[in-house]
Design a protein around this ligand. Structure first.
Ligand SMILES: Cc1cc2nc3c(=O)[nH]c(=O)nc-3n(C[C@H](O)[C@H](O)[C@H](O)COP(=O)(O)O)c2cc1C
Length: 331
């Protein structure tokens, strides 16, 4: 169990926010497969005031989608205050503030990971969010801005003093983006520097890597991002590995097909028949990553427009060769 302020989680395995991925269908599916807390993709404080259709869609949730974290991005107090006035009307369980996004379009405005260079400013913004939030507030950071500025322990202390109830940390600098070794040592130092829970992330692609992250950092929980793409089984795999030290057999083909069809249905229900299919098509690529001779089916699916046609292609993957030995179903 993991406690973040007043929020009690049954497990410490969390689905990380991913822009362009963490929509309601994706979160629902992962909740069903055993992730405890899931996140909505980051929302810019400036956009929240504009009531755009896209933002309204991002904020939609339902009863399976719980517990749920929102994530706010911003650097201007006035926009953040206004965003908080909008957010209080929505039903979610935790509010994370993003000081980790390394994208240039974000950092050049002084948002996301660029705030790591100004812990004092970050703390002021966090105080605004904490003061106006009715749910526990957390912060997501990286180990630092670049190799010459590895300051996560200091940033974490500023954040704790500002009232956050947990620190999420991706074990890389802003400059590293998503490559290079995950820096367990700095996550360990953050854990020593604060009293609130520290939730680590970086390259959790298997049960074994999850254990390595826990053991190497002493963190209280972990988040999974890329490891969950086309792989909602990862939470079960991690849980099993942590308990037994053994990897679970990979899901069988029937299970993969059944899961893809369920994801497709969630997507169509949520986005509608046309857009739901378009959105699902990118997930097909992730579900079939590493499959031999999959390219023709991927090309076919990228042109399809109806649920029925996509279902036919999904069923055809039985006919191609699976790269790994399909094991017994994990569910
Ligand atoms: C496509 C994509 C979108 C992401 N979007 C967000 C986001 O909206 N907010 C955030 O805090 N992190 C975001 N991240 C970072 C992940 O949450 C995570 O910290 C990072 O990928 C490291 O974890 P992993 O090695 O398990 O992928 C994103 C990552 C990816 C790959």
């Amino acid at each position: 169990m993991l406690k973040i302020g007043s929020l009690k989680l049954q497990s410490n395995l969390i689905l990380a926010p991913m822009a362009g991925v963490s929509d309601l269908p994706f979160r629902k599916l992962n909740h069903k497969f055993g992730c405890e807390l899931a996140f909505v993709e980051m929302i810019n404080a400036r956009c929240l005031g504009h009531k755009s259709k896209k933002t309204a869609e991002i904020l939609r949730t339902d009863k399976i989608d719980k517990p749920l974290g929102m994530q706010l991005l911003g650097c201007e107090p006035a926009y953040i205050e206004r965003a908080m006035d909008v957010l209080v009307k929505y039903n979610f369980d935790l509010l994370d503030f993003n000081a980790a996004c390394p994208e240039r379009k974000v950092t050049r405005r002084g948002e996301g990971a660029s705030l790591l260079q100004e812990p004092g400013k970050l703390a002021k913004l966090l105080k605004i969010v904490v003061k106006r939030s009715s749910v526990p507030v957390t912060v997501k950071i990286r180990t630092g801005y670049d190799k010459d500025c590895i300051n996560a322990p200091e940033v974490a202390q500023y954040a704790q003093d500002a009232g956050v109830k947990a620190i999420f940390i991706h074990g890389r600098t802003k400059q590293q983006l998503y490559s290079g070794a995950v820096d367990y040592e700095t996550i360990r130092k953050v854990k020593k520097a604060v009293n609130v829970p520290v939730i680590g992330s970086g390259d959790v692609f298997s049960g074994e890597l999850a254990k390595k992250l826990f053991d190497g950092t002493g963190c209280d929980g972990i988040t999974v991002a890329r490891g969950a793409l086309g792989n909602p089984w990862i939470f079960e795999e991690i849980r099993h590995y942590l308990k037994t030290g053994q990897e679970l057999p990979k899901p069988g083909m029937e299970e993969i097909i059944r899961t893809m069809l369920e994801h497709l249905d969630f997507s169509v229900d949520f986005f509608g028949p046309k857009y739901g299919v378009v959105i699902f098509r990118k997930f097909f690529g992730w579900y079939t990553k590493g499959f031999r001779k999959i390219r023709p089916l991927r090309e076919t699916i990228s042109r399809l427009k109806t649920r029925k046609d996509v279902e036919e292609v999904i069923n055809q993957i039985c006919l191609i060769r699976y790269p790994r030995q399909p094991g017994t179903s994990v569910k």
